[in-house]
Design a protein around this ligand. Structure first.
Ligand SMILES: [Zn+2]
Length: 462
């Protein structure tokens, strides 16, 4: 039997990234994601995996975002016995993210009168099955199937995985998410020139980000205006990567004298823990210049006017601090976490600036604020919005349409089929069209549940 892949998730973005790869003797699952960012259907989370879980030999996790790991503990409930492979930083980040999500899932399940999707116990069991695998180490992890991880520059530890059928040497690579390189401290994404077929993401397949040269001045100018307004600046931020990137850029701007040095509060226990994990691996997984910087400064994310407030008591003191001040807190779409409390307090004040730096899903409080709603419901309370709302785009951790096209180009001429998966259908189709038109590559937009056979000549639907 030739190498085969089944698109159980990621295609059409229904259930989060989830692929089953089968060789003549072994079976590997890549990513076990939960759908994020929209009103996901409970059925898709709770329904059993559409493959025989105990028959899977090994799982590979590309990176620690919930749309790639969110259902991993559920594998344990369905009798998974094998090992779960990922890079060492991904192991740390995944454990943190899963433990953090247990509370939210339990609340959500209670609200709907259901059992939680998984609990602390399932996370403990999962962690016992984790084995770390570094970038650039070829390893046979299932009978007749070896894997090889490469950096994708998306978040710390993120990897693409190439799977080789050791029988006939055909190979398939799955990219996970591809970074918006260059990033000031992560490595650039690595090309995958040695796979017969590639499954790549397309989240920003049809959109372009601003260039780095305009992105930082825009951040500076927006912050300047906000500081001049004299009030509190609120920045709802995703705990992983966006927060660290903002800390890094803001500290550089303040230390270079391009922004007044105002007090910055990182008021998110989760973001503080993620930052500590980034710091733990900075010496080994950051790019060469950030490694050097780390040697000199110990941490590239900390600066003298930054205060981290992990505890509730520390957090409460922020309200008494003089303005102007900046509060960075989760959740990234203002849909929970500590940011809600600060929004309730400060949004009615016209001197306040709400600085939106991340994606806001339709229906989320963050999206309503971004769209200029004069009031917003936070924790069941209606809050009047007199604050100035400013929105910065282009700080995404995903490659844009040109970055993705460059990635696709680097898979050629070896890749005889490029599957465009993960992302909205329109973004997938747009990228597939460009791969076809500009690169002459064979691009395929797969549907949920499709099975494809990979050979040296290309891919065939079966
Ligand atoms: Zn991701």
């Amino acid at each position: 039997m030739a190498l085969r892949v089944t698109f159980h998730g990621g295609a059409g973005a229904v259930t989060g990234s989830n692929f089953l790869v089968e060789g003549p003797k072994g079976r590997i699952v890549v990513d076990v994601g939960l759908e994020q960012g929209r009103d996901f259907s409970v059925a898709s989370m709770y329904s059993p995996f559409p493959f025989d879980v105990p028959a899977v030999d090994a799982v590979v996790i590309t990176h620690a975002h919930l749309d790639h790991i969110g259902r991993a503990p559920k594998l344990m409930r369905e009798g998974f016995k094998g090992k779960v492979y990922m890079t060492p930083p991904t192991k740390d980040l995944m454990e943190l993210m899963l433990r953090d999500s247990v509370g939210l899932l339990t609340q959500e399940a209670k609200r709907r009168g259901l059992d939680p999707l998984y609990d602390e116990n399932d996370v403990n069991k999962l962690m016992q099955h984790v084995e770390t695998l570094d970038y650039h180490v070829e390893k046979e992890i299932a009978p007749g199937l070896s894997v090889y991880l490469r950096d994708t520059g998306h978040i710390l530890g993120a990897a693409s995985v190439r799977i080789v059928n050791l029988d006939d040497k055909t190979s398939l690579a799955i990219t996970g998410d591809i970074g918006n390189s260059p990033n000031p401290y992560l490595n650039d994404w690595e090309a995958v020139p040695d796979a017969d077929a590639v499954i790549m993401e397309a989240v920003y397949g049809d959109r372009a980000h601003d260039h780095l040269d305009t992105r930082i001045p825009t951040l500076r100018d927006t912050m300047k205006r906000a500081i001049e307004r004299g009030g509190t600046i609120l920045m709802p931020a995703f705990s992983m990567e966006r927060t660290q990137l903002m800390l890094y850029e803001l500290s550089n701007l303040m230390e270079a004298g391009e922004l007044p040095k105002i007090q910055v509060f990182l008021d998110s226990p989760l973001a503080i823990s993620v930052t500590e994990i980034y710091e733990k691996w900075a010496g080994t997984y950051f790019n060469p210049s950030a490694k050097e910087e780390t040697k000199r400064e110990k941490s590239i994310f900390r600066f003298p006017f930054l205060t981290m407030t992990p505890s509730r008591e520390d957090s409460e003191t922020i309200g008494r601090e003089p303005e102007p001040k900046l509060i960075i807190a989760g959740a990234g779409m203002s849909h929970g976490g500590r940011i809600g409390r600060w929004e309730a307090k400060y949004l009615p004040d016209p001197r306040t600036t709400l600085l939106i730096v991340g994606y806001q899903a339709p229906g989320s409080p963050g999206r309503m604020l971004k769209d200029g709603s004069p009031k917003v419901k936070l924790d069941g309370r209606e809050v009047k919005v007199a604050a100035k709302v400013e929105s910065l785009t282009s700080w995404s951790a995903h490659a844009d349409r040109d970055g993705l096209l460059k990635f696709a180009e680097a898979t050629l001429p070896r890749a005889k089929a490029i599957f465009v998966s993960i992302g909205e259908p329109s973004a997938q189709r747009f990228l597939a069209q460009r791969i076809h038109d500009f690169l002459g590559g064979k691009a395929i937009v797969p549907s949920q549940g499709e099975v494809w056979e990979i050979t040296k000549a290309g891919a065939k639907k079966i």
